[in-house]
Design a protein around this ligand. Structure first.
Ligand code: ARG
Length: 570
């Protein structure tokens, strides 16, 4: 039951012609301090109509209000404040979570509609950058959140697997490369070849000509060129897969830019038919001046198509294939103009669905306040970062809890969880300062802190050997009241908020809301645990253990939405 609605409906009876239900609901506040109750309605706006002071009005209306959910409803100055009946309310929340388990907080707003999420999308033969990490982690969390809201989700990895750079790579490989070294260490070796090509080509323009010739061959489907391209792609994907496996991320489609090669003409034709193409210095462009944007480049004078042409084509393909109701692109903020441009081109072409395409940008990863760069040889290989996080986590376990089972699996969950949480804990548009030590702290706003709290709650339940599912279900069905002390009350209020937080995280496409939520729930739970003797044998023991149980359910589910595992001991 929505406590806000119930409260607003009571108030409405007394102010019927002055304020609408929607207005009342919008005015409802949550008092800052517990002593002021759980919900409050300010009476200032009624003063004019009733020709009385807000204080008098609050007194008059409060005197007439009552509701079974509320222990009391009283005037506090110019406010009408409601105090929930804690025992019955907390029982209700706990009952609901026991009932719904990991479905608690799930929504049906998606109603089976499909959302495509384009995320991660690294470039073949290049390192998986920190930016790609952010896209992967944010995008992956958004897929979980969208599914939780009842959407079908199609996860798309729009690989950067086409472009003139492949002509350069083939040229370099044929001159200086070796099969075994690429196989052994694909990304760094291919990157080196690419860098060497540029160094040499500065001196020797013949190399550029050769690269162009190889790219032309590739475009024409030449056997050798295609086989090399395919091999670079396969080897790169193998390397990326190691990262995806560690992060537990998967995709429904790896159709990258190359996939659209034979579908580009159709896109250009459509734009042409709609009269959108203009010639500009030999190139075909769609002008967007009326929208205050530079023109969108569709085809170069040599006939080559561009990144935007591929995205336009991919969007049409995705609409035809998946009939998406929303298409999300999780890509760094430096590409904002690109997305605005190509969304606008689709709208101009008359595609109604283009209105439901959203770019979800995010900030940079910084090291000592500066943007982390993959160029200039300073490559930070992401797989190394994850492996390092895992070994640090393992060292912590060896120190603190050397006897636990599945040490490897727990270390992986904690190390990787730390990296993911560190990314998701701030609003996505903020820059993230990269620091492994910060990530792995068990104190403060970190993944391990939340995971550790979950494991602690699990261990309390393990200690209570007599508390099993039968007891839990009996408590759920019985009329034994819930808890009412202030520590459990804070936990209860957080548990109650979970469904709203899921909804907001989806509306704002903002996983950080869930990250903040699980941290605050963990904090309140730890306060509860340090002040209340959960395992004492008294009349409220089952109620307390049931509360602990619901905390494990919600923390685990919240972490899952972020893409983080919740080990039961650590
Ligand atoms: N490969 C691109 C890059 O690394 C990102 C692609 C994003 N997705 C898209 N549909 N444009 O910058």
């Amino acid at each position: 039951m929505n406590i806000g609605k119930a409260f607003a409906r009571e108030i409405e009876k007394h102010v019927e012609h002055v304020l609408s239900m929607t207005e009342i609901e919008a005015m409802i506040e949550q008092p800052k301090y517990d002593e002021q109750g759980d919900i409050a309605f300010p009476c200032f706006r009624l003063a004019k109509h009733f020709k009385k002071s807000p204080v008098q009005i609050a007194e008059q209306i409060a005197a007439k209000l009552e509701h079974p959910l509320y222990e009391k409803i009283i005037a506090v100055g110019p406010y009408i404040n409601g105090f929930l009946d804690k025992k019955s309310y907390s029982k209700q929340i706990v009952q609901q979570i026991i009932n719904e388990k990991d479905h608690y907080g799930s929504k049906t707003i998606g109603n089976g509609q499909t959302i495509t999420i384009d995320f991660s999308s690294p470039n073949i033969a290049k390192p998986f950058s920190m930016g790609h990490l952010r896209s992967t982690v944010i995008g992956n969390s958004l897929t979980h959140i969208a599914k939780k809201c009842g959407f079908e989700v199609v996860k798309i990895n729009h690989l950067g697997d086409w472009g003139t750079q492949f002509g350069k790579l083939i040229t370099a490989y044929k001159l200086w490369g070796s099969e075994t070294s690429v196989q052994e260490n694909p990304i760094p070796v291919l990157l080196d070849l690419y860098v060497k090509f540029h160094e040499e080509a500065d001196e020797n323009d013949a190399l550029n000509q050769e690269a162009r010739a190889w790219f032309k061959k590739l475009e024409d489907g030449d056997k050798e060129a295609t086989a090399l391209w395919q091999w670079f792609r396969d080897e790169s994907l193998k390397a990326f897969s190691k990262i995806y496996d560690l992060l537990d991320v998967s995709f429904d489609s790896y159709h990258g830019e190359a996939f659209y090669n034979d579908k580009m003409d159709e896109t250009v034709d459509v734009l042409n038919e709609k009269g959108l193409l203009t010639l500009s210095e030999g190139a075909e462009v769609v002008k967007l001046a009326e929208l205050d944007m530079p023109p969108c480049l569709i085809r170069k004078s040599d006939g080559a198509t561009l990144y935007a042409t591929r995205d336009l084509t991919a969007a049409r393909y995705r609409q035809a294939t998946y009939h998406f109701s929303k298409a999300i692109y999780v890509v760094g903020q430096e590409q904002t103009v690109h997305f605005r441009q190509f969304f606008s081109v689709l709208e101009k072409a008359g595609y109604q669905w283009a209105k439901h395409m959203v770019h979800v940008p995010f900030g940079f990863i910084l090291k000592d306040g500066k943007k982390m760069s993959t160029r200039k040889g300073k490559v930070v290989l992401l797989e190394d970062v994850l492996q390092e996080a895992i070994s640090l986590a393992k060292r912590n376990i060896e120190e603190k809890n050397p006897t636990i089972e599945n040490k490897e699996a727990v270390a992986e969950a904690v190390g990787v969880g730390a990296v993911i949480y560190h990314d998701l804990k701030n609003e996505r548009m903020n820059h993230v300062e990269f620091s492994l030590e910060e990530m792995l702290k068990v104190e403060g706003r970190t993944g391990p802190y939340v995971q550790y709290t979950h494991a602690r709650a699990c261990s309390i339940l393990r200690k209570a050997t007599d508390f099993n599912n039968d007891v839990l279900q009996k408590y759920r069905l019985g009329d034994e009241p819930g808890l009412s002390d202030s520590y459990s009350w804070h936990v209860i209020k957080h548990l109650r908020d979970f469904p709203h937080v899921v909804q907001r995280a989806f509306d704002d496409l903002e996983p950080s809301l869930i990250a903040r939520y699980v941290f605050e729930l963990a904090q309140d739970f730890n306060k509860y645990y340090s002040h209340v003797k959960v395992l004492t044998n008294d009349a409220e023991r089952t109620a307390r253990l049931s509360l602990v149980y619901t905390v494990t359910v919600v923390l685990k589910e919240g972490l899952r939405l972020l893409g983080i595992k919740a080990p039961e001991s650590m």
